[in-house]
Structures are given as structure tokens and as C-alpha cells.
Design a protein around this ligand. Structure first.
Ligand SMILES: [Zn+2]
Ligand SMILES: [Zn+2]
Length: 174
């Protein structure tokens, strides 16, 4: 915990390590290491979060298990001033920094690091750029070879695409 009311002029830097962090949805971080730096900047605080971890989850197309190296690095301004924080960003020197509202005088550096790992966790990770995904008919992983489904069936637009094209026609009729 960092006491923002007792911050020395040169600031504070805290290193940490979090074993395994379960992110929900079957994904997790392993071997997360991080560093949180806080420096006073007038009435506000300059914050820096750096970290690295191994993200464990699955390919969003073929669902095969997947490990990715995840790095986090961000700088922002923390403020006790709610109005400044609601303003969005604030210029500090040559940098335009996001402002985060810090209502509490005590900063939980581990929670802050965890939040930044979550923000940087991949949303649609792929095992490889050209992952072919799964056959929508039989569920076979096309990276491991073609299936015996009819290609016409596979190419047929999904229910949503059909519904959308129907909607478009109705609009044109009106
Ligand atoms: Zn894949
Ligand atoms: Zn198939």
C-alpha cells in the first residue's frame, strides 16, 4: 500500500509479483511481475505501471489452448480532484496524460497493477494470424485439415446475415 499523503518528493516505486491471477472466462495470468511508480506532481500524482506476465487462454477462433506474452506499460495522472479527473486528460510537460480519480489517500499498488493487466489482456487472441477456425457444421479444427462437410453448406451465410438482408429488403419496400 502506498500512502499518498506521505509521499517523498522523489516519489515511491514498488515492485511486486503475483503468482497466478485468474481473470475469469477460463483465462489466467502466470508469473506476473510489475512495478508501480508514484511521484507527486503539484497536488496530483504521476503514476506509472509496468509489468509482464504470461497470459493463458484459448484461440478465439479454433479454441486451442494458447499462451501469450503480455506486457503492460502505462503512464497517467492520478488526482484527488474529481472535476479534473472527469475532464479526461491533462497536459503534463510534453505529455497528454489520462487522469484517473483517486478518492482514497492510500493506493493499493497490487490492485492497480491487476487492473492494468486486465485492460491489456487480449480480447480476440489468435493462435496464429491465419487460423482457419472450426467448421460451423461439424466443429472440426480446419488447421488440422479439411472436413468432409459440403463446402456450399459452410459458405452459406449465417442466420444473422440472412436476417439482416431481409431487414434491408423490408426497408427498401417501405
Ligand atoms: Zn486458432
Ligand atoms: Zn465440417
Amino acid at each position: 500500500m502506498i500512502d499518498l499523503g506521505q509521499l517523498p518528493p522523489e516519489g515511491v516505486s514498488v515492485d511486486g509479483r503475483t503468482g497466478t491471477l485468474d481473470l475469469g472466462d477460463g483465462t489466467a495470468l502466470r508469473q506476473a511481475t510489475w512495478q508501480v511508480r508514484v511521484m507527486p506532481s503539484d497536488a496530483d500524482f504521476f503514476l506509472e505501471v509496468k509489468g509482464s506476465a504470461t497470459w493463458e487462454g484459448g484461440c478465439s477462433r479454433c479454441l486451442e489452448p494458447l499462451d501469450l506474452a503480455l506486457t503492460v506499460e502505462s503512464q497517467f495522472l492520478g488526482s484527488r480532484d474529481k472535476e479534473l479527473a472527469e475532464g479526461g486528460s491533462h497536459a503534463l510537460g510534453s505529455q497528454d496524460l489520462d487522469v484517473v480519480f483517486l478518492p482514497e489517500p492510500i493506493l493499493d499498488e497490487e490492485a492497480l497493477a491487476r487492473e492494468h493487466f486486465l485492460l491489456h489482456a487480449p480480447m480476440h487472441p489468435l493462435c496464429r494470424e491465419d487460423c482457419k477456425g472450426l467448421c460451423p457444421q461439424c466443429g472440426k479444427n480446419w488447421n488440422k485439415g479439411p472436413c468432409s462437410c459440403h463446402p456450399e453448406l459452410v459458405k452459406e451465410p449465417g442466420a444473422l446475415a440472412k436476417a439482416l438482408s431481409g431487414l434491408k429488403l423490408n426497408l427498401e419496400d417501405a
